[in-house]
Design a binder for this molecule. Structure first.
Ligand SMILES: *Cc1c(COP(=O)(O)O)cnc(C)c1O
Length: 384
């Protein structure tokens, strides 16, 4: 395993140092790359060189992003995809086959849940769902499982797990561990250092940070990433585009700085939320919540008391916008009551136990004091 020697800020600020001394990499907006000779072409096709060939499988701007992610996650390799879901799908389709079982975290990202239920299960893959404490406590839960699919904190509920313990159980049973690290980013958590095999990011969230692109990436050992490069990257074809990779490299420059700001605002909210009688529960894991977790991100959930009208609260928010996704500069709120009413999903086990009075907040880069004022005035308006 490779370890990261330099501080994250230093790594993110390192200039590209290209041919002309350019500080940022060029966008190689070319679908294909030509060869100067028969021998050079033959070497590439025989796998003796790794020159770019065709942008569905390899592009220099995309490679620069992939190498940066591999370094940030302190692992050997990474591969970019057109979206976080393309990254999830490409990982699962490359690693599981009919008859296999996936042990999946409850309250997994809803589209990851739909991928499992609507595509993988009909193809003969078994999926079982378990809360974090079951993954930790039952050392034989992963016996016979091909893969554990994990999030910590998980979507909406923000439940955390001890990754080192779960990765240890998985290793003993020969199960792979796949971890969605979109919430924490490498700024707050390095799952590979805790024994996780593959790390997935929806790069649309904090890695981009600017709400201007949809992208995904998977990082891990060269052997496993090689399987994705060999199978699902070229054959499903959901590649990352050079311009998107360039936007992500640009976003990454400020990742640590942005995460410090998001985390500081979340700390302020957590302190003050504790003083508000209208807030019955705060779900915002911080540095002490799970081994290896170094702080809060800006994504947290609160539960509001019965005397608050959630529709009125949502409509009274001024700085917080209503909308899905998260991780950008703008603050967002998502009432769980709305997502629980999503068409056809009322009975999905994925939804069980999500409190209807839960509201997820993505704290953006606005002034923390302004955001807090907005939150409090909306509570006052919504009191009945
Ligand atoms: C958004 C998200 C995804 C999916 O990513 P896209 O880039 O939207 O395809 C996966 N996992 C988590 C935790 C997410 O929040």
């Amino acid at each position: 395993m490779t370890t990261r020697m330099e501080g994250l800020d230093t790594l993110l600020a390192a200039p590209h140092d290209g041919t002309f001394g350019e500080m940022t990499p060029p966008i190689y907006q070319s679908s294909l790359f030509g060869f100067a000779s028969y021998a050079e072409f033959e070497d590439r096709m025989a796998g003796r060189s790794d020159r770019p060939l065709y942008s569905r499988v390899q592009n220099p701007t995309v490679s620069a992003f992939e190498q940066m992610i591999a370094r940030l996650e302190a692992t050997e390799a990474a591969v970019g995809f057109a979206s976080g879901m393309a990254a999830v799908a490409a990982t699962l389709f490359a690693l599981v086959k009919p008859g296999d079982r996936i042990a999946c975290i409850t309250h997994v990202y809803p589209d990851s849940y739909r991928l499992m239920e609507r595509m993988l299960r009909p193809w003969g893959i078994e999926i079982t769902y378990h809360p974090p404490e079951q993954f930790e406590r039952e050392s034989d839960l992963l016996a016979g499982a091909r893969l554990a699919y994990l999030e910590s904190p998980n979507s909406m509920m923000m439940e955390v797990m001890d990754l080192q313990v779960v990765a240890g159980h998985a290793r003993r049973h020969g199960a792979l561990t796949v971890f969605d690290n979109s919430w924490a980013t490498p700024a707050l958590l390095n799952p590979v250092a805790l024994g996780i095999d593959l790390v997935i990011h929806s790069a649309s969230k904090y890695i981009s940070g600017h709400s201007d692109t949809v992208a995904g990436v998977v990082a891990g050992p060269a052997e496993l990433i090689g399987r994705l490069r060999d199978l699902t990257l070229p054959l499903l074809g959901a590649k990352l585009a050079p311009f998107e990779a360039w936007l992500l490299l640009r976003g990454l420059r400020t990742l640590e700085t942005r995460m410090r700001q998001h985390g500081g605002t979340a700390d302020l909210f957590v302190d003050r939320l504790a003083t508000r009688p209208e807030v019955t529960r705060v779900r915002s894991p911080g540095a002490d919540a799970a081994p290896g977790l170094r702080g809060r991100s800006g994504l947290l959930s609160v539960e509001l008391s019965e005397n608050i009208s959630i529709p009125h609260f949502a409509d009274a928010l001024r700085l917080f916008r209503l909308g899905v996704s998260w991780g950008g500069f703008e603050s967002l709120a998502v009432p769980a009551a709305i997502t629980l009413k999503q068409a056809g999903e009322q009975n999905a086990p994925q939804r069980f136990g999500v409190p209807p009075r839960l509201v997820r907040l993505s704290l953006g880069l606005e002034s923390a004091e302004d955001l807090w004022k907005d939150f409090v005035q909306a509570l006052e308006v919504a009191k009945n």
